[in-house]
Design a protein around this ligand. Structure first.
Ligand SMILES: C[S@@+](CC[C@H](N)C(=O)[O-])C[C@H]1O[C@@H](n2cnc3c(N)ncnc32)[C@H](O)[C@@H]1O
Length: 411
């Protein structure tokens, strides 16, 4: 049996900070792989050193094949299983082929410096993601850590916070954590004027909302005004009920058919950082509006495809088996509900909303065939009428929601 690949976490304090077992794993290896920076942290040895090629991930299978009969040790920054190469290697080779020797992560060290409870501090990685990804995590008096892409991330985060009504937030940039050149910069977002410092850094944010900043939590039912566009959207109250019926959970994938302004997919993704979604929108102008709303609300990775059901074919395999489907437009389009139903995974949920009599009639037929729940919602909003307040009715919405038990049946 071939030896497992040993992944050793190493900090900025290098060899001095390693445990005896981590040192033995490095010293016993025939091949040591890592970035040039990491390889420079360990003493000279007869082992072959492999500096990571770029791009790394596509090169990994070939590299391990090449050295399959040798003892391989991989160096990782901090905790290998925390946003690290350990996760990539387990995905690639399987957990039984990988032995991980842990080290404190940058987030653990940051919490130690700040006196923050690690188990109460959310961490957002901006290493490979746009800075907007930070937005769903913001809230008044919330504390969080940001794993930076580089030395420019702190200023980008400060600018984003200021633009979105969190200019009073306190920022602490911790550079080269655990190393001899460890550094710390403090300031508030709106007055951030530090020059870029350490390339390796973590930003600690103690969020403070300006007075008047809209409260945008992860709870579905955001105010309609935060979505721009031509008004084609599932409105606040019905949206909250729709997301409730869709019941998002961490890691699940939603297809939002008839995306409009993207509200349902955006709110689905905001409920948990691991929630993924895909939208289908036939109007090019609305597809653009979905993209800009997704960025403005912190889920810039939301992809938009065209006319359903034809565009179902364009979806890449990793996004092609949804856990839930919402049909907010195109209910009466030929074959659309059939195609949605056949692509939904067994045990997945489908929710369809109808405003017109024709689409409502179709939902009734599907309910007779497959079961599930039928509901009709009527919302009144109190609005000014002269000097008084009147109940202004919104269009009533019929909703069919169902769980797919088998290809034919539902419940
Ligand atoms: C009522 S809006 C949906 C609103 C959306 N849930 C939201 O909150 O923003 C219906 C949308 O479905 C789109 N649509 C209708 N039929 C479609 C189809 N077959 N494929 C893709 N989009 C479609 C329309 O262009 C429109 O933007």
């Amino acid at each position: 049996m071939t030896d497992p690949i040993v992944v050793v976490g190493i900090g900025a304090d290098g060899w001095d900070g390693l445990s005896a077992s981590a040192r033995r794993a490095i010293e016993g290896a025939d091949v040591v792989m890592g970035s040039g920076r990491q390889l420079a942290l360990i003493p000279e040895s007869p082992a072959l050193r492999v500096d990571w090629p770029s791009p790394l991930v596509p090169a990994l299978p070939g590299l391990f094949e090449q050295h399959h009969d040798r003892r391989v040790c991989v160096l990782a920054s901090g905790d290998p299983m925390f946003h690290g190469i350990g996760v990539t290697l387990v995905d690639l080779l399987g957990a039984e082929r990988v032995r991980v020797i842990s080290h404190p992560s940058s987030a653990t060290l940051a919490c130690a410096r700040l006196g923050w409870a690690a188990h109460e501090t959310p961490v957002v990685s901006l290493v490979n993601r746009p800075v907007d990804t930070l937005l769903p995590a913001l809230g008044d008096h919330t504390r969080l850590l940001v794993l930076s892409r580089d030395e420019h991330t702190p200023a980008a985060a400060a600018e984003l916070l200021t633009k979105h009504g969190f200019g009073l937030s306190r920022l602490t940039v911790l550079g080269e954590l655990g190393g001899p050149d460890e550094s710390r910069l403090d300031g508030t977002a709106s007055a951030w004027s530090h020059e870029p410092g350490a390339r390796l850094n973590v930003v600690a944010i103690d969020c403070r909302a300006d007075s008047g900043t809209l409260r945008l939590t992860r709870m579905p039912g955001l105010p309609d005004v935060v979505f721009t566009g031509d008004g084609q959207m599932t409105k606040h109250e019905i949206r909250a009920l729709t997301l409730c019926a869709l019941a998002p959970a961490a890691g699940e994938l939603l297809w939002d058919v008839g995306g409009g302004s993207g509200t349902v997919a955006i709110e689905w993704m905001r409920t948990h950082p691991l929630c993924r979604a895909v939208t289908f929108e036939r109007s090019a102008a609305r597809a653009d509006q979905i993209e800009s709303n997704a960025s403005a609300l912190g889920v810039p990775s939301l992809p938009v495809f065209g006319d359903a059901p034809a565009a179902f074919e364009d979806v890449p395999p990793e996004l092609s088996t949804p856990d839930a489907i919402f049909v907010g437009g195109g209910v009466t389009q030929d074959g659309l509900l059939e195609e949605c139903w056949s692509r939904l995974r067994l045990g997945g949920r489908m929710v369809a909303n109808a405003v017109t009599a024709e689409s409502e009639a179709l939902l009734l037929q599907w309910f007779s065939k497959c079961g599930g729940q039928l509901r009709k919602f009527q919302v009144y909003r109190g609005e000014p009428l002269g000097g008084f307040t009147a109940w202004r009715p919104q269009l009533p919405v019929a909703q069919w929601s169902v769980t797919k038990q088998s290809k034919g049946d539902a419940a």
